[in-house]
Design a binder for this molecule. Structure first.
Ligand code: KG4
Length: 333
């Protein structure tokens, strides 16, 4: 089954052609970063307008690069939630028109399900059950993938997402948006033990975590240093920050695997591209005797190929929709 997939959930206009949920025939990601960088973060209305300008070209390119005519497309998959509502509606409206015009199924896809499905593209033999750390700009959650379309939320952040903490920390350090990649780069030459940063334990659910305290601590630390004229080594602070995020996420993912009695764990989302996190996951999983699946960096951030992968399994589960399908800013997995 050949699926045309579309993702416009945030600030990338993406289109892809994916075969049988496992093989990428083309993947086009048109980034809006240069525009949003001027404002230090994503401006939702601008994102919607830029998606509207880019969507036709992105889909045409995806079809051309996959050497696929419209008549060879079997279904259209599209991110319908969660995300920026105006941005989502651009992709959804386009997908509805394509599916209606070609008389093929429309498959609404949950964005976090899609991030998890990036692992099916990277590991063609991977099958549920497994647990996944989904960590991006809007999500930080430990998810039990019981089956291709059945999930259990095990725990996650009670406030900010890890990616948001990365972006806010980057901003206070004078790094441009999106900050995660730049913090990662600076951290490579820093000392991860230089700063002791908070990583709270929360009562009730051992898999719940919190990033707002860490974010505020770093913001206050930098402001205080500025006011007192104390120099802050950005490399050391970035390394300490990355190390603290890994301290918060890695043991929880290992615990999630133990709780769900699975031998495979994975990570997904933009933050899963973080070098510290990836290394720490590798070390911890080896020690715990777990198989670790980590998508390549190109499949960690937003892309439509992952939507095409998940879309395939949604079709198999008969999860298709009509043209009355709507987009939602939030939605449980
Ligand atoms: O998955 P994604 O591209 O978009 C969302 O669905 O949110 O994730 C974007 C987030 C941003 O907060 C960005 O700063 C972060 O992922 N990110 C990283 C890295 N690359 C992207 N965070 C840490 N280290 C990285 N290498």
């Amino acid at each position: 089954m050949r699926i045309l997939a579309i993702d416009t959930s945030c600030d990338d206009t993406s289109a892809a052609i994916v075969e049988n949920g496992r093989q990428i025939l083309s993947s086009v990601v048109l980034s809006q970063t240069e525009t949003h960088r001027l404002y230090g973060g994503v401006v939702p209305e601008l994102a919607s307008r830029l998606h509207t300008e880019a969507i036709c070209g992105a889909v045409e390119r995806a079809l051309t690069e996959a050497n696929t005519g419209r008549s060879s497309i079997d279904a259209v998959a599209v991110t319908c939630a969660p995300g920026l509502i105006g941005a989502l509606l651009v992709g959804l409206g386009f997908a509805k028109a394509m599916a209606f015009g070609l008389n093929i199924p429309l498959i609404p896809v949950h964005h976090v399900r899609a991030h998890i499905a990036a692992n099916y593209l990277a590991y063609p033999d991977l099958e549920p059950p497994f647990v996944c750390l989904a960590a991006s700009g809007g999500t930080t959650a430990f998810i039990f993938a019981k089956d291709y379309t059945a999930y259990r939320f095990l725990g996650g952040t009670r406030d900010d997402a890890a990616g948001e903490a990365f972006d806010k920390t980057a901003r206070v350090l004078g790094l441009s948006y999106p900050g995660g990649v730049q913090i990662d780069a600076l951290a490579q030459s820093g000392n991860p033990s230089a700063f002791r940063l908070p990583h709270p334990e929360l009562a009730d659910n051992p898999l719940d975590c919190s990033f707002s305290g860490l974010k505020t601590f770093v913001v206050n630390l930098v402001h205080h240093a500025e006011q007192t004229g104390t120099p802050v080594c950005r490399q050391d602070l970035c390394a300490s920050f990355c190390s603290t995020v890994a301290d918060m996420l890695v043991p929880r993912l290992i615990e999630a695997a133990r709780m769900c009695k699975v031998k495979t764990v994975s990570a997904a989302g933009g933050v899963a591209a973080n070098t510290f996190l990836r290394k720490r996951l590798e070390t911890a999983c080896t020690a715990a005797g777990l198989r670790l699946c980590l998508p390549p960096l190109s499949l960690c951030g937003d892309n439509a190929a992952m939507v095409g992968a998940q879309g395939y399994f949604e079709v198999l589960a008969s999860n298709t929709a009509g043209t009355d399908c709507n987009a939602y800013a939030t939605m449980e997995i």
